[in-house]
Write a protein of this length. Structure first.
Lengths: 144, 77
């Protein structure tokens, strides 16, 4: 029987497993997440818990949301990420929140930082910075 | 809100078992030393905000992601 194979690899969802040694806030027992890049969702990517795939987060690159985002990593976070030699190699993602009837928001206070070289990740709470936890991706429309 | 002025080296106590000491202060930042029983959780407020937001953000519906993905895509020139 003939089968149809899509020859374009970019059309297929890709996924990679990342260790989150400290879990993430409120989900500390979830220490492994799978980064799922599905072309249908681009530029949104999914971060799915390997412990419970129902625990998943929609994320978007921070650079797509705001310019001049400044990320500060603590010594502990740098250690967890395997001390990346090149900070530009890190993936910095904002978790998105969807609420009925409102534009989605991005969590810029606590971005997810992934190091593809070591397959490790942390959610880095930017204590002391003024980035909002709910940054609107689009202006809310108001009635005139 | 109770407001108390303290200098470096001075402390306040909350109840019988929690002590908060001002270790260092500068115009922009204060370094605190906190002594509390192990069952009292001491965290920065931003961590609690991140926890609450993560609980809200977990498990978004696939249809919602698909809809917003197309809106976030940069326009093709």
């Amino acid at each position: 029987m003939a089968s149809t194979i899509d020859p374009t690899p970019e059309a297929q969802p890709r996924s990679a497993s990342y260790a989150f040694p400290a879990g993430i806030p409120a989900f500390e027992t979830h220490t492994r997440f799978r980064l799922v890049e599905n072309p249908a969702f681009a530029p949104i990517v999914l971060l799915e818990s390997e412990l419970d795939p129902a625990v998943r987060f929609a994320c978007a690159p921070v650079a797509l949301i705001v310019e001049n985002y400044r990320l500060e990593l603590s010594e502990d976070e740098m250690e967890l990420l395997g001390r990346p030699a090149d900070p530009a190699s890190l993936l910095v993602l904002a978790i998105l929140t969807f609420r009925e009837g409102r534009p989605p928001t991005a969590n810029l206070l606590a971005p997810v930082v992934l190091n593809p070289a070591t397959a490790t990740g942390v959610q880095s709470v930017q204590c002391g910075a003024s980035w909002p936890v709910m940054y609107p991706l689009r202006e809310e429309t108001s009635c005139s | 809100m109770l407001v108390i002025r303290r200098k470096e080296g001075q402390a306040i106590r909350i109840g019988d078992s929690i002590r908060i000491e001002v270790l260092e202060s500068s115009p922009n930042r204060v370094k605190l030393g906190i002594t509390a029983p192990p069952d009292v959780r001491v965290v920065r407020e931003e961590v609690l905000l991140a926890e609450a937001q993560n609980r809200q953000s977990a498990a978004p519906p696939t249809e919602t992601i698909l809809r917003w993905a197309s809106e976030l895509r940069p326009p093709v020139r």
